[in-house]
Design a protein around this ligand. Sequence first.
Ligand code: HEC
Length: 295
Amino acid sequence: MSNRISRNFRNIFLTLIAICGNVCLPAPAFSQSDIGIEFKDKGQIVKTLTLSELATAFPAVSLKIFEIHEKKDHIYKAYPARALFDKTFGKEWKKAEEIVFISMDGYQASIPVTKFLSHDAYFAFAHDDDSPFTMTNILQNNEVVQLGPLYLIWDNMKSKVLLQDGASDMPYQVKSIELTTFATRFPNLSPPAKASAEAQLGFLHFRKYCMACHMINGEGGGKAPELNYPTSVVEYIKPKYLTRWIENPSSIRHNTLMPGLAQEIPNRAKVTKEIIEYLKAMSTTKRSPKRQDIH
Ligand code: HEC
């Protein structure tokens, strides 16, 4: 009898140690140190690294940026992106065309490699003051969002170009990083060859400002509704309201989580118009998402 009790005590004790090993750590809101971040090259996984493995492989820096999601300066602890790519993919990553970042909430940012060659990007993994790694996203109806495991930030304090880009190239909750080419990864997002010059420009804007959240023909981010299949937004939303959805979504739907097209973007009205031309062109080329291999 006494033996059984002590065995039970021992089991409870071991269970507590096991629970505390995972949960009772002081830093993050939930333990993210064991999440494996996948590095892929054209669909193949070349490496999987946990945050603790990253910590032993890279020296971290403290970086002050203008935090576009909060519209104020902020300091993060981060790893330089180019050094991280060199180590995980080898120097050849520079010859890739596009890098796709997949987030835990379905956001899918596709960023040209050239941007990483001409600007300094970093992967933040903590606030400088080690407070819980979350943020109040004022672009998203003040939602409190988890930032880890990795958050892509840019050394933007002295760069007008980066500040004008808005927050679309700043994915948080990044769990997968993939080298690819745009045309092979997203074959059904391109407008038909006969589409107008305006629609072609709109396609470039859509890639930059919309596709991280939205899909067209099943391709793009999974954080927001598909916009083209089976019925395009240009078919069921009046043009005037479509413009408002893009520029000022909360004037259409109260508490919407969609951020408006950033105020900082030069020629914002023209950009909106071109995006709508792109959406019109796509409404003539619908493809069933079922055929796509999104992940
Ligand atoms: C950060 C994510 C995000 C980005 C970036 C974003 N959207 Fe949205 N969008 C949403 C969400 C979420 C909804 C659903 C909103 C709701 O129901 O309140 C939405 C809704 C819409 C709708 C209405 C669809 C419907 O059927 O009701 C349109 C149109 C739209 N977005 C177009 C765009 C365009 C064009 C862009 C690029 C300029 C864009 N969005 C960028 C998240 C985003």
